[in-house]
Write a new protein. Structure first.
Ligand code: 3AM
Length: 639
């Protein structure tokens, strides 16, 4: 991945490309270090093959302009749009996390409350975009990034364009991804905000069931199914889904636009009603970040080495610059003044906090790399609900420095109102404590075991919410304590398919796991090769868990077993096929050795590589095809 020619380069005199993150349809995304603001950013660069296509460049620019207008905690913030030599690029907020697609793939399916919480977050992003007359048109899990704290951020306004009325999306250029696009997009018809609501419905369906509602062998088949058929009832796939949740999904994915939610806000409000105020902050995703964290550590080390060399060069450059500065002092001062005034150091825009609870305001500020001033102001208000933000300082949309503390004024019950105990049940302990303390109460922690309430959350409180109280009263909060179960060590299931049974046994043992059931099955793969495993490779499991394997017993032939000698001379070699980065999510791999098909199977792109054992007594001419395309054509020597 890091072998990209841009890695190590500095773009626009400011952004040092650290590593390639991935690539989408039109552009490649890099992690870069901004040397002016000393932070990581994501840099999206138009692909080489597309940069001379004026239509694509125009679309790329439209994306940046559209997205730059949006500022919302659930939208990837666009910081800057630039051009350097032949490079067109967009500088965005770097989201340290994974895509929602990866998350769904890892999980299979999500609990209904988490799925609804995620859908509400995406819905809030859409609501903000729609309020700015921007339709995303390509809402899909791959375009939703999940930060470490579980906050979702919608990215890639790839085919978004400003619209104040319904817009005709025609031709392939305007199409989103076929599984998620609305029927009207599939027909090349009019699209509007409700097309995004449809796509969000599909994403919610997938989160709840692990399946997309319309599938088919190819894009045309999927589009036809979408236009003509009703989706499978999601409660048949997952009976745990509450009826109300299923209704929300079905309304969002109505074929007719007028039957869908008329606004993202309406869908969010139904979702919020169904989940209450639960904000699922995912702790389980932490382990999924482990690999990324390791990569990041390596990157940091590489980066430190490069920085040493660069610092030396920079010192020399600095000396030269001083001379130039002395001569051109006046001019340089002018430039510096200009760059300061145009916001050089003041690049962080203050989000709107009005009507938020303290917890929401704090999370929103954190996402915007700002801080909440611990000193909270109070004011009585008739318009704003008690405990919610009435005003803030500095105000919405002002530019401030990173980590600037923002002071909020919360609505108090009003001068004459009696003081009541606030409701802190179901809150995280820290949030409950803060809520009590800011209202002048003392908080006493009592730990208690609970089978239903998550660790660290308040089970109950005494006195109860709503009871009369006086400033300085103590409120006991009973917080769910951690179960005293021994810490479970985690392990990652190794990939054992393609290996011999004994190799597989060693790999499984080396990963701290145990071999479970061993089945044999007739298969075209070489006898003794592992052809399937559960759980699949890269799954995170408890140490000591079992991995079941299926071992090939070759193909049974009706003819009597041939004489022993030729078999004894057979030798094995492993051919590793790498699935390219730009491949589809699933690929079909076929391998032919000496004219005989020895492998013919569909694989997930996430497998990365596929090992095929070739068995022959003499040199073998081997061809491998990925989705029908020849990718390997060589002779394997068995000397
Ligand atoms: O190729 P994968 O799926 O791993 O998550 C996005 C995707 O990763 C990532 O770049 C790839 C191509 O879209 N990506 C996009 N925008 C990003 C951002 N702002 C980002 N990663 C971090 N921060």
């Amino acid at each position: 991945m890091n072998s990209d020619y841009l890695v190590g380069k500095v773009i626009g005199n400011r952004y040092e490309i650290v590593e390639k993150i991935g690539s989408g349809g039109m552009a490649t995304v890099y992690k870069a270090k901004c040397h002016v603001l000393n932070r990581y950013v994501a840099l999206k660069v138009l692909k080489d093959s597309l940069k001379f296509d004026p239509e694509v460049v125009k679309k790329f620019n439209t994306e940046s302009r559209a997205a730059a207008r949006l500022s919302h905690p659930n939208i990837v913030q666009v910081y800057d749009v630039g051009e350097s030599g032949e490079l067109d690029y967009i500088v965005m907020e770097f989201v340290d996390g994974i895509t929602l697609k990866e998350y769904i793939q890892n999980k299979g399916r999500l609990s209904w409350s988490k799925a609804c919480d995620f859908a509400a977050q995406i819905g809030r992003a859409l609501d903000c975009a729609h309020a700015n007359n921007i339709v995303h048109r390509d809402i899909k899990p791959h375009n939703v990034l999940m930060a470490r704290d579980g906050m979702l951020k919608v990215a890639d306004f790839g085919i978004a364009q400003a619209t104040s009325s319904e817009t005709l999306v025609a031709g392939s250029g305007g199409m989103g991804s076929v599984h998620y696009i609305s029927p009207e997009q599939a027909r090349g018809g009019f699209t509007n905000e409700r097309s995004d609501i449809y796509s969000l419905g599909v994403v919610l369906y997938e989160m709840l069931t692990g399946e997309v509602p319309f599938d088919g062998a190819n894009p045309v088949a999927i589009a036809i199914t979408k236009l003509e058929q009703d989706p499978k009832d999601l409660r048949i796939i997952n009976p745990e889904i509450p009826d109300r949740v299923a209704e929300i999904v079905m309304k969002a994915i109505s074929k007719e636009q007028h039957l869908r939610y008329q606004s993202a806000a309406a869908m969010v409000s139904d979702l919020e009603a169904v989940i209450g105020t639960v904000h699922a902050v995912s702790e389980e995703i932490e382990d999924r970040f482990e690999t990324k964290r390791i990569n990041e550590q390596q990157t940091k080390e590489e980066y430190a080495m490069r920085r040493n060399t660069r610092n030396k060069k920079r010192q020399q450059i600095k000396r030269n610059r001083l001379i130039v500065l002395a001569v051109l002092a006046a001019l340089v001062i002018g430039i510096l003044t200009f760059s300061f005034m145009s916001g050089g150091a003041q690049e962080y825009q203050v989000p709107d906090l009005t009507n938020m609870t303290l917890e929401e305001a704090e999370a929103t500020l954190e996402a915007a790399e700002l801080r909440l001033n611990e000193k909270i102001e109070y004011e009585p208000s008739d318009e704003v609900e008690e405990g919610r933000v009435i005003k803030q300082n500095p105000g919405f949309n002002q530019y401030v420095k990173k980590n600037r503390k923002i002071t909020v004024t919360l609505s108090s019950a009003g001068e004459g109102a009696d003081l009541k105990i606030p409701d802190v049940e179901n809150l995280k302990y820290e949030d409950a404590k803060k809520r009590l303390e800011v209202q002048g109460f003392k908080c006493e922690l009592v730990e208690e075991f609970s089978e239903t309430i998550q660790y660290g959350y308040v089970i109950r409180q005494s006195p109860k919410a709503g009871e009369d109280a006086e400033k300085g009263d103590t409120v006991k909060v009973y917080v769910s304590a951690e179960e005293e179960t021994p810490e479970v060590e985690q392990a990652v299931v190794p990939k054992v398919t393609g290996h011999t049974e004994s190799e597989a046994r060693s790999l499984i043992a080396a990963a701290g796991l145990m071999v479970g059931e061993v089945e044999t099955q007739e298969s075209e793969s070489v006898e003794g090769t592992v052809i399937a495993q559960t759980p699949s490779a890269k799954t995170g499991v408890e140490k000591g868990s079992k991995v079941n394997i299926v071992v090939s017993r070759g193909m049974s032939t009706p003819t009597p077993t041939p004489p022993q000698t030729p078999v004894a001379e057979m030798k094995r070699k492993t051919l590793t096929i790498t699935i390219p980065d730009d491949a589809n999510e699933t690929v079909h791999i076929k391998v032919v050795a000496n004219g005989k098909t020895i492998h013919d199977k569909t694989h997930a792109k996430s497998e990365g590589t596929v090992d095929i054992v070739v068995q022959s007594s003499k040199d073998a001419s081997v061809q491998a095809y990925i989705d029908g395309k020849l990718v390997v054509d060589r002779v394997i020597s068995f000397d």
